[in-house]
Design a protein around this ligand. Structure first.
Ligand code: 4IP
Ligand code: ZN
Length: 148
């Protein structure tokens, strides 16, 4: 379907396997009404390369900012999270403006989803723990109530 937004973001690896590395990749993100997809991107040629991943919009349970890590490098100052059945997808915008725009649009496209979360984790899942509440289960219930 039709493109709603398109942007190059840094993303954190989702670590779907226990052995997956923790790394950050620049990807071209494309949002449509039914999918958020990210692609490998040739910066020099300004061209889209292979599809790296897709999140179905109807699987999304929460879209929110994430608290910036205490000593985050410049390129990781404006994180946001997309929670879906696989867990959290962490994306880093270049500015608060762009982050706001994406969160706003994403919240709009997911607004009729079932099982939208009433609570979330304001900090990262890192080193096997939610940094906000120290819970050690990835699926653990959020520790902060979402403002409507
Ligand atoms: C990869 O690391 C990339 O970060 C992948 O991101 C990521 O997949 C992989 O995590 C991770 O192992 P290497 O490239 O060093 O192998 P991308 O798909 O953007 O290239 P995600 O799931 O984050 O897309 P796992 O957990 O999927 O293996
Ligand atoms: Zn928490």
């Amino acid at each position: 379907s039709e493109y709603l937004l398109e942007e190059i973001f840094l993303k954190r690896s989702q670590q779907k396997k226990k052995t997956s590395p923790l790394n950050f990749k620049e990807r071209l993100f494309i949002l449509t009404l039914d999918k958020l997809s990210y692609y490998d991107y040739d910066l020099d040629k300004g061209k889209k390369k292979g599809l790296k991943g897709t999140v179905d919009i109807d699987k999304i349970k929460c879209v929110e900012t994430v608290q910036t890590e205490p000593s985050a490098p410049t390129e990781r100052q404006y994180p946001f999270q997309i929670i879906y059945d696989e867990g959290p997808l962490y994306i880093f915008a270049k500015s608060d403006e762009i982050r706001k725009q994406w969160i706003h649009k994403l919240k709009h496209v997911v607004r009729f989803n079932k099982d939208l979360m009433q609570k979330y984790h304001p900090c990262f899942w890192m080193d096997g723990m939610w940094q906000c509440c120290q819970q050690e289960v990835k699926q653990a219930m959020g520790c902060r109530v979402l403002e409507p």
